[in-house]
Design a protein around this ligand. Structure first.
Ligand SMILES: [Zn+2]
Length: 525
């Protein structure tokens, strides 16, 4: 081993870490002094004992002493650590090891989540972003009651308007109880799917259709003298609409929405107040519903189901089913063949494309199956769901890991079409800070994000600045650490599974520096 001072003399322990008689593994009773507060490199041939000294002696002893400080109650869960084979170590600080092991096999872990930068971005977007409607791309608005009253009495002065409370938006149901409820409160009219109706006794709508239902609160001409009535009706409409109000103009057919929470003024689409978990693909509040926040979905690959079209079904041409067995699926395909003109000995390449589609994706046509059990002949009508759908069901079901593994062998991972790989649900992507949504930031290289944040203060509003400045400072600091360790080319959405050992180590080092502990001994490999 080179690079280490090998004198055996006791010095002050705040200058050196002193190790006496290290014999772990192949170490031959080594005494060393390692200067503190410096970057010290241990070099040597493979097998010369570098790791035995750094990890198995210094790190192990540091860990052991740390755990010794725990109560015996806590220690029984962690388990005691064995003392490394060494006579004495002086001047040891708390030890943290940062190894080159790949960080995290979890598909939900990204550079952004392990560096915590994404957590701060979520906070930034929850607090200081601007919401836009995903229907019209208009800025979402939120008003106080007083603002709503003022806006309506100014904008609609002299006009006749109807004030309504939205009760049901695009949902199925017969809503009998709802009509009863509002009738009991003394309301007389509702608007059902765009047309005004008097509330009748035992009124209900088609339960299998989706409906829009609003309660009609008042119809009035906005004049100064009617200020009191207008105000009263607006407040009633907001109360019945749970904070939302819909306004219909008599002459034009335009609809306008006003709300105490974020709402698109044209379409009436509303968002909940943004919280950090709206921007988390690891939370049900933020994750894309199609891919559950993974950004990719599994799709059945036809080429994997039929790897060799020269084979017949009997000879195992449908790979997931294997060679012919006497079972239900083969029985169904056989019946399918009677209908579509093939049999189990027909090579798959001789079966028409349309028929292959039926084999893979099923048919709703009824197949008649005669069952001859116990001497009674019965016939059943069944429909075939298709080999591809059988695989998909097994995979999505997830109750058996074996079936899931079997099914996944015939599937490919493809980017999710719903979120385009961003992992987030649609509305989360319509919150923008300095004109960018959080997924766009996560897709930028670390150096680009750093550049983007430079001077961001001059591009956002004063109010945004006030809320955002602390969080932006925190993000900048962490980005700087990542730049310092030379991984400026990584993006925050990069899955940590795909990082090299060295990249993972640098990230952990940067995160450690970011945690601002002092007097810590770091051991790296
Ligand atoms: Zn998705």
């Amino acid at each position: 081993m080179k690079g280490i001072n090998k004198k055996n003399k006791t010095t002050k322990s705040d200058e050196y870490i002193e190790i006496f008689g290290a014999r772990e593994h192949n170490l031959k009773d080594v005494d060393v002094k390692i200067p503190r507060n410096q970057l010290v490199v241990i070099t040597g041939l493979s097998g010369s004992g570098k790791s035995s000294l750094a990890f198995d002696t210094i790190y192990a002893e540091g860990q052991r002493r740390y755990i010794e400080t725990f109560s015996s109650y806590a220690r029984q869960f962690i388990g005691g650590l064995e003392r490394p084979d060494v006579d004495k170590i002086n001047g040891l600080s708390p030890v943290i090891s940062i190894e080159q092991k790949t960080v995290n096999k979890n598909p939900r872990s990204t550079v952004g989540t392990i560096t915590e930068i994404y957590d701060f971005l979520r906070l930034l977007y929850a607090r200081a972003s601007i919401a836009y409607s995903y229907v019209t791309n208009e800025k979402m608005v939120r008003y106080s009651d007083a603002q709503i009253i003022e806006l309506i009495s100014e904008k609609y002065l002299g006009k006749t308007i109807t004030l309504l409370s939205p009760l049901v938006k695009g949902r199925k149901g017969h809503y009998r109880e709802l009509f009863e409820q509002v009738a009991r409160k003394g309301f007389l009219r509702v608007r059902v799917d765009g047309s005004s109706e008097k509330i009748k006794h035992r009124m209900q709508v088609d339960r299998y259709k989706t409906h829009d239902i609003e309660l009609i609160i008042d119809r009035l001409t906005v004049e100064n003298v009617s200020a009191k009535r207008l105000k009263q009706s607006i407040l009633t409409a907001l109360k019945e609409g749970k904070g939302q109000l819909m306004l219909l103009e008599d002459d034009e057919k335009t609809v306008r929405f006003f709300s105490r929470s974020l709402m698109c003024p044209t379409s009436g689409v509303s968002y909940d107040e943004p919280a950090p978990n709206l921007f988390s693909f690891n939370s049900p509040y933020g994750a894309c519903r199609k891919c559950n926040g993974l950004g990719e979905v599994r799709e059945v690959d036809e080429k994997k189901i039929i790897p060799d079209p020269k084979l017949s079904i009997k000879k195992g041409g449908l790979a997931p089913l294997g060679e012919y067995k006497k079972n239900w699926v083969f029985k169904q395909i056989e019946l399918l063949g009677e209908k579509y003109g093939f049999n189990l000995n027909t090579p798959l390449e001789e079966i028409s494309k349309e028929t292959i589609n039926v084999i893979l994706y099923g048919t709703n046509e009824q197949l008649e199956i005669k069952s001859d059990t116990l001497g009674i002949t019965q016939s059943f009508n069944i429909s075939f769901e298709g080999v591809s759908n059988i695989l998909k069901d097994q995979f999505d079901d997830g109750s058996s890991q074996n079936y899931q593994r079997w099914a996944s062998a015939f599937m490919n991972k493809v980017p999710c079409t719903e979120c385009e790989g961003s992992r987030l649900k649609k509305e989360a992507l319509y919150f923008r800070f300095d004109d960018r949504n959080i997924a766009e930031i996560a897709a930028m290289e670390i150096s680009e994000i750093h550049k983007w944040l430079e001077g961001v203060e001059t591009r956002i509003s004063e109010k945004q600045n006030k809320i955002a400045s602390e969080v932006v400072k925190e993000i900048r600091g962490r980005l700087q650490f990542l730049l310092d360790v030379g991984i400026e080319y990584l993006t925050l959405n990069r899955s940590s599974r795909t990082l090299s050992g060295g990249e993972a180590q640098r990230i952990r080092l940067a995160t450690q520096i970011g945690s601002q502990l002092t007097g810590v001994l770091y051991i790296l490999d």
